[in-house]
Design a protein around this ligand. Structure first.
Ligand SMILES: [Zn+2]
Length: 445
């Protein structure tokens, strides 16, 4: 927009120049003045008009009354930054955590107030806490020499994972929200940072002193999609020697290229992607789950004794924030169940919207991934199977054996009974008693 304006003004000036007795020097001087003025007016470059901002503001869902009454509201003295997070959870659990609180490693629970805003996958935005108060969202943090960033910033939580794409609807809402907040607090684009940029950790086995990398939050955030210019060209606290860099994050933010999270392998262990680079400080937490390629499941607090940190096999999948859900993850063989902390993305990853991922909703409806608009649209208790073809319907002329061949008794062959029961082949006792209309799903090869 600025450019079009500039170009027009320049044309104007050229025109004036031709017709008047301006000499060249004077022309250049005047043009430079105009340009300088324009480029220095950030308000002119706002991507949103007033109507946009207003209708967005009206659409915000106010959930402040649900904030934990134990949360103590403290007015923020200054506002220097806007911090973007990814929640690593689905919407319902995200809202519960930021409103009501979370359990810390010590067993203590926090009183909530962990964000000012939450933006759901469909772009719907929730107000958690008045923006004038301090939210407890950034934890141990530092930027440009200032610590405790929660006290000088606004926190926005995006529902999603740091290793999966942020939705286009989220970018649209986030862009407008940031634009409004920038106007209120007079902040430029460089004041918008991610949690992984500002969080830091104390020394640990990987780092001999304080360092970045404690959090991976929102490292997949593509600024341009929220109409933001580039971030800082360097990390000011690393440059000044206050803390050590985290190599992976340094590459993401200051490596001089636009970063896109690799959807396939970003929460999968490989040589380059270690437990540390996926989970940050939560690598050894009880709520971090490691699912080995052989199917064994460990929590972060078990790895050191049972496996050893340098013996986690490649292709192990790492899931964060898995409070009490390890057993759900373990059970059921190929049939998975969506719960508070295990979403369709936790099980299917980027295959969540493929035809070969099949969902069995609590209502009894069956949906193929290709019918799903987002992985967070499925209610808890939805069951799913990943990598399947079907259904092949059983009837009196078409037995399980005719459909599945010798694999009919296999634990990977899945039966959906008219009674809405979902069973693996190895759990069925009498195949002759399977009712007509039973649907069979076979592993897709
Ligand atoms: Zn965060």
């Amino acid at each position: 927009m600025n450019f079009i304006l500039c170009a027009r003004l320049l044309d104007r000036l050229k025109f004036m120049h031709k017709r008047s007795r301006f000499n060249n020097k004077r022309f250049i001087l005047v043009a430079a003045l105009f340009l300088g003025l324009l480029l220095n007016l950030p308000s002119l470059s706002s991507a949103y008009n007033r109507a946009d901002r207003r209708s967005f503001q009206r659409s915000i869902v106010d959930v402040r009354p649900r904030l934990n009454p134990r949360f103590k509201k403290v007015k923020r003295k200054k506002t220097q930054y806007i911090i973007v997070h990814t929640s690593e959870l689905g919407l319902n659990t995200t809202l519960r955590v930021v409103l009501k609180g979370k359990r810390l490693r010590s067993g203590r629970t926090t009183p909530g107030g962990h964000a000012h805003y939450v933006i759901a996958r469909n772009g719907r935005t929730y107000r958690i806490l008045d923006k004038e108060f301090e939210a407890d969202h950034a934890g141990l943090s530092m930027w440009n020499g200032e610590t405790d960033i929660s006290r000088i910033s606004i926190g926005i939580e995006l529902v999603g994972y740091h290793y999966a794409p942020i939705s286009e609807s989220q970018y649209r809402s986030l862009g407008k929200l940031i634009d409004i907040l920038q106007g209120v607090y007079g902040l430029d684009d460089r004041a918008v940072l991610t949690h992984s940029q500002v969080a830091y950790g104390k020394r640990n086995p990987w780092f001999r002193k304080n360092h970045r990398g404690r959090k991976r939050c929102a490292k997949n955030f593509i600024r341009a999609k929220a109409e933001l210019g580039p971030t800082w060209p360097y990390d000011p606290d690393v440059r000044s020697g206050r803390i050590l860099p985290d190599p992976q994050l340094a590459e993401v933010y200051y490596g001089g290229r636009e970063y896109y999270a690799k959807a396939e392998d970003a929460n999968v262990i490989s040589k380059l992607n270690t437990a540390w680079s996926i989970a940050g400080e939560d690598y050894d937490s009880r709520t971090t789950v490691y699912e080995f390629p052989g199917g064994q499941i460990y929590t972060g607090d078990q790895i050191s004794d049972s496996v050893g940190w340098n013996r986690i096999p490649a292709k192990t999948v790492v899931l964060l924030n898995q409070e009490n859900s390890v057993f759900l993850k373990k059970s059921d063989g190929p049939i998975k169940t969506i719960s508070d902390s295990l979403t369709a993305w936790s099980f299917a990853g980027q295959a969540y919207n493929q035809k070969t991922t099949i969902y069995f909703l609590p209502s009894g409806r069956v949906k193929f991934g290709s019918m799903i608009s987002d992985w967070d649209d499925l209610p808890a208790e939805t069951r799913l199977i990943v990598g399947y073809s079907g259904p092949y319907t059983l009837n009196k002329d078409r037995s399980a054996y005719r459909i599945a061949g010798s694999k009919y008794k296999d634990r990977k062959t899945v039966y959906y009974l008219p009674s809405k029961e979902l069973m693996a082949g190895d759990r069925i006792e009498d195949f002759d008693r399977l009712p007509a209309g039973t649907q069979i799903f076979l592993p897709y090869t």
